[in-house]
Design a protein around this ligand. Structure first.
Ligand SMILES: O=C(NCCCOc1c(-c2ccc(O)c(O)c2)oc2cc(O)cc(O)c2c1=O)[C@@H]1CCCN1C(=O)/C=C/c1ccc(O)c(O)c1
Length: 484
């Protein structure tokens, strides 16, 4: 369950938060496929409760009312079409699976597919679920439970959401059928939302009943779904992510928390020379890493001040480091712009999501940020694809916030987060020749729109990175995007 099954040469997933299925299919064909992205995490495709009382908040999609594939992102036909078109261009689809709970209790009780529910009776007729399918006695998790009481964290309601009992055969069957239906449609795996709130033993039973991936979508026979479990664990809680790593991969919230600290100068970059398990991070193959995600980019997630698109220069620096460093499997966030942390995606006054527009400079409009279309970010995806599993070598730093390192003889990257310029002749480990810096520009024919870097026969090059430049990174590699 720890292999993403990316098409060969691809390494990186992007979370297209709240995108519609037709728009994702188009983005696979016009951008993500050609640019070498490996996969997409999509928003929950199952029917969710409509919550107008909070103006359709982003978190209404985390309140299931059934497992029917009908949401504001589209219906089952559009879902299947998206998976087919993305797999056909080498881009995998991972489903955000909300299997811990159903809805909270609201005045509104209609779902995005028209299903209704009876919250007071724990009645979800569109599944169907009834009172016996939920944990008993009724209890709600309180803040102090996280530190003392694993049973309550698993058996009580998370923020008032009806808490399913995955210990019964009936509930397991409903969940497994939902996930196997998605596998039959060609998805490559799942994010298990709120995994901390479910018993590892129940999850193991559920995972082991999942079918192999669908070979008609290009997966090798016998391929198991890629599963990454959302376990927010920054330490100090009774439940540890180590209970979940024997099962499948786990979201590594420490990754983004520590890199956000470092790139905001609360830690010197030089300390990143041993980035990895030396920092208390999960083992590389167990870790799904990210700088920000849909929850902590809104500040109520774990870990304090997380870098987001709003702090663009530092954010691109942290993203570049994540993509340049071999540790773990990276996930990029692709957001809609927000100031209100409850707000849902751009929508018309009937509540329909407005599609991203694509500007002439390839950026997005209509309120979509499209970080995955930022040159500095997609260029580092190509860098990561190129350098493969080569090792970090020739680490250099200035004892402060200027660092540089090689990836085998395939790539070289340098960072300057000091208040003074970086001007050094450094070992790039690359073959002699001329390279375009893929951060300040890109290769255009036989010229560079940004910096041009000449590597000598000794592999050394003169690297300059001003403290006040637009970006704090220089990156060159042996691939066609950089090498002249
Ligand atoms: O203040 C809120 N919630 C209480 C504090 C956050 O607790 C939640 C956590 C949570 C937070 C921290 C933890 O350590 C933890 O174990 C769980 O996970 C969820 C997962 C869901 O599928 C749906 C939810 O409503 C939540 C949730 O409310 C607002 C209003 C309701 C949704 N929500 C939110 O803030 C929604 C947050 C949310 C939604 C989806 C997620 O995947 C997620 O990680 C967080």
């Amino acid at each position: 369950y720890k292999n993403p099954h990316y098409a060969s040469g691809r390494t990186t997933m992007v979370h297209l938060f709240e995108w519609k299925w037709d728009d994702i299919a188009a983005e696979c064909e016009r951008f993500l496929g050609p640019r070498g992205y490996g996969g997409i995490q999509i928003s929950p495709p199952n029917e969710n409760l409509i919550i107008w009382s909070h103006q359709r908040p982003w978190w209404e999609r985390y309140q299931p009312i059934s497992y029917r594939l009908i949401t504001r992102s589209g219906n089952e036909v559009q879902f299947a079409n998206m998976v087919r078109r993305c797999n056909d261009v080498g881009v995998r689809i991972y489903v955000d699976a909300i299997i811990n709970h159903m809805t909270g209790t609201w005045n509104e009780n209609t779902g995005t597919g028209g299903s209704t529910a009876n919250f007071g009776q724990w009645g979800y007729p569109a599944v169907p679920y009834g009172r016996n399918d939920f944990n008993f006695p009724h209890c709600v998790i309180s803040g102090s439970d996280y530190g003392c009481c694993p049973d309550r964290v698993r058996n009580c309601e998370l923020s008032g959401l009806k808490d399913l009992n995955q210990g019964t055969e009936y509930v397991r069957t409903q969940i497994v059928n939902y996930m196997n239906h998605l596998i039959s449609l060609g998805v490559a795996g799942f994010r298990i939302d709120a995994a901390k709130h479910m018993w590892p033993g129940d999850l193991r039973v559920i995972f082991d009943r999942l079918h192999n991936l669908n070979t008609a979508h290009g997966f090798p026979s016998g391929a198991r779904p890629y599963i990454y479990q959302e376990v927010i664990d920054l330490g100090g809680e009774a439940i540890s992510r180590d209970e979940y790593t024997p099962l499948a991969a786990v979201t590594e919230f420490k990754y983004g928390m520590e890199l956000s600290r470092a790139f905001q100068r609360n830690n010197q970059l030089r300390w990143l020379h041993n980035w990895g398990v030396g920092w208390g991070l999960l083992a590389s193959n167990d870790a799904l890493n990210f700088i920000d995600n849909h929850d902590n980019q809104r500040g109520h997630g774990a870990g304090g001040a997380i870098l987001t698109y709003k702090q663009a220069k530092q954010y691109k620096g942290a993203i570049a480091f994540m993509l340049a460093h071999p540790h773990g499997w990276p996930q990029l966030m692709s957001s809609f712009a927000f100031t209100n942390t409850e707000a849902g995606p751009p929508m018309d006054n009937s509540g329909n999501i407005i599609s991203p527009s694509i500007n002439s400079d390839n950026s997005c409009g209509n309120g979509w940020v499209c970080e995955h279309r930022w040159r500095q970010i997609y260029s580092m995806v190509a860098f990561r694809n190129r350098v493969g599993n080569t090792a970090v070598t020739n680490w250099w730093d200035n004892g402060s916030n200027q660092i540089a390192f090689c990836r085998g003889n395939q790539g070289f990257v340098a960072f300057n987060n000091d208040y003074w310029d970086l001007n050094q002749t450094l070992q790039t480990c690359l073959p002699a020749g001329n390279y375009c810096d893929v951060i300040s520009g890109e290769k255009s024919g036989s010229t560079c729109t940004g910096k041009r870097i000449t590597v000598g026969s000794d592999g050394r090059a003169s690297i300059s990175l001003g403290a006040n430049e637009y970006d704090m990174v220089v990156a060159i590699h042996a691939g066609t995007e950089s090498r002249l």
